[in-house]
Design a binder for this molecule. Structure first.
Ligand SMILES: O=P(O)(O)OC[C@H]1O[C@H](OP(=O)(O)OP(=O)(O)O)[C@H](O)[C@@H]1O
Ligand SMILES: O=c1cc[nH]c(=O)[nH]1
Ligand SMILES: [Mg+2]
Length: 210
């Protein structure tokens, strides 16, 4: 498994505003989308392309176009939905599948309550979006879902990660073609499984309490 932690002052600046408990939902949503777009630059570094012949006003030349089958973007509901627009703005031809997951706040285990994915993911490049990698339970289950359907090339994008979750993911995905791109790797998890310093509950901050 490959791990890339973004190191860019624009990302750190936007993350600082996102972390601030006084940042209200409209700004939080806008920043989540912007951060995704910045992280997408790294996450799509190996997006598959094929040669295409075109003609400029000056001459014939060869360029590239994103290959078919098009990449599959999978936001994990709810919070991953806040990252979706930031990704598909960059790859408008991407297809989008959905996984709905909620972590049981007592056991910290994920429960999958919705799934809408193609049956066969072999030969699809998959991009999983979830802002928070805490214990890693949700992301491991989501990536495993894709691998079980034949995916061989999965990149996950998270805005914040905890070392505990990253270690669990690395152990679970050992030897698999999985990449994770993080906006920042935080200090630790607290006794409730929340990332420290973190930003709180990403889903609640995007969409309100339920
Ligand atoms: O790494 P883990 O310990 O599994 O925790 C991370 C998960 O928790 C959050 O979702 P949550 O369960 O709060 O659902 P929500 O997006 O609907 O708020 C977050 O968006 C991840 O999916
Ligand atoms: O810090 C955390 C941990 C899990 N889920 C969140 O939204 N935030
Ligand atoms: Mg939540």
């Amino acid at each position: 498994m490959r791990v890339h932690v973004a190191d860019h002052p624009l990302i750190t600046h936007k993350l600082t505003v996102l972390r601030d408990k006084n940042t209200a939902a409209p700004t939080f949503r806008a920043l989540t989308e912007e951060l995704m777009t910045l992280l997408a630059y790294e996450a799509t570094r190996s997006v598959r392309v094929e040669a295409v012949d075109i003609e400029t006003p000056v001459t014939k030349t060869t360029g590239v176009a994103i290959s078919s089958p098009k990449p599959l973007v999978v936001p994990i509901l709810r919070a991953g939905l806040g990252m979706l627009e930031g990704m598909v703005k960059l790859i408008p031809t991407a297809e989008v599948g959905f996984l709905g997951m909620v972590r049981n706040e007592e056991t910290l285990k994920p429960d999958t309550y919705a799934e809408r994915l193609p049956d066969d993911l072999s030969n699809r490049q998959c991009f999983v979006l979830d802002p928070m990698l805490a214990t890693g339970g949700s992301l491991i289950a989501a990536i495993q879902y894709l691998l079980d359907r034949g995916a061989t090339d999965v990149t996950a994008v998270c805005i914040l990660g905890a070392p505990e979750g990253l270690a669990a993911l690395e152990k679970a995905m050992e030897g698999r073609d999985v990449t994770i791109v993080l906006g920042a790797l935080d200090e630790r998890l607290n006794e409730h499984g929340y990332i420290v310093p973190g930003l709180g509950d990403a889903g609640d901050r995007l969409y309100g309490l339920v």
